[in-house]
Design a protein around this ligand. Structure first.
Ligand SMILES: [Zn+2]
Ligand SMILES: [Zn+2]
Length: 149
């Protein structure tokens, strides 16, 4: 019988994990409840959410497309070592092919907890939960906080 694949965490790793979990749990109900959702589809300017706790978040469509939380995209990012929203590395080209910026063809609410984007490139699998979005808020304050840890 092989024990390969079983990992034991060191004490520091265990503490780090517990700290991360504590931080992750810190979000209040108000921080996870959108009071207003604006999808600036016609303007191509991304999505804005006003949260019940008074915070406002904004994401560009490009970020959202590159952060697609479906299993396929998560796996693909994991293999290429990208974080959510980080664009794919493209080989340098003398004459880069024009790629139209990511835009949703339509957007729909999924239950009370998420929003689903149907992208113009035909990808529709991504369901973006409020939790995922709030944890990936792109405002300066939240980004500073998430990189500080
Ligand atoms: Zn996806
Ligand atoms: Zn924020």
């Amino acid at each position: 019988m092989s024990h390969e694949g079983i990992q034991f965490l060191t004490r520091e790793e265990q503490q780090k994990l517990e700290q991360d979990e504590a931080r992750a749990r810190k979000l209040t109900r108000g921080a996870l409840t959108p009071s207003k959702v604006r999808v600036l589809q016609t303007e191509g300017l991304g999505m804005e959410i006003d949260w019940a706790d008074g915070h406002r978040s904004h994401w560009s469509f490009a970020w959202l497309r590159d952060a697609c939380p479906c299993a396929t995209c998560v796996e693909e990012r994991k293999l290429s070592g990208r974080s959510p929203g980080q664009p794919k590395a493209r080989p340098a080209q003398l004459l880069p092919l024009y790629e139209p910026p990511a835009r949703p063809a339509s957007v729909q609410a999924t239950g009370r907890y998420a929003i689903q984007f149907h992208w113009q490139d035909g990808h529709t699998a991504g369901i973006y939960s409020w939790d995922f979005l709030r944890r990936n808020c792109q405002c300066d304050a939240c980004r500073a906080e998430s990189t500080a840890g």
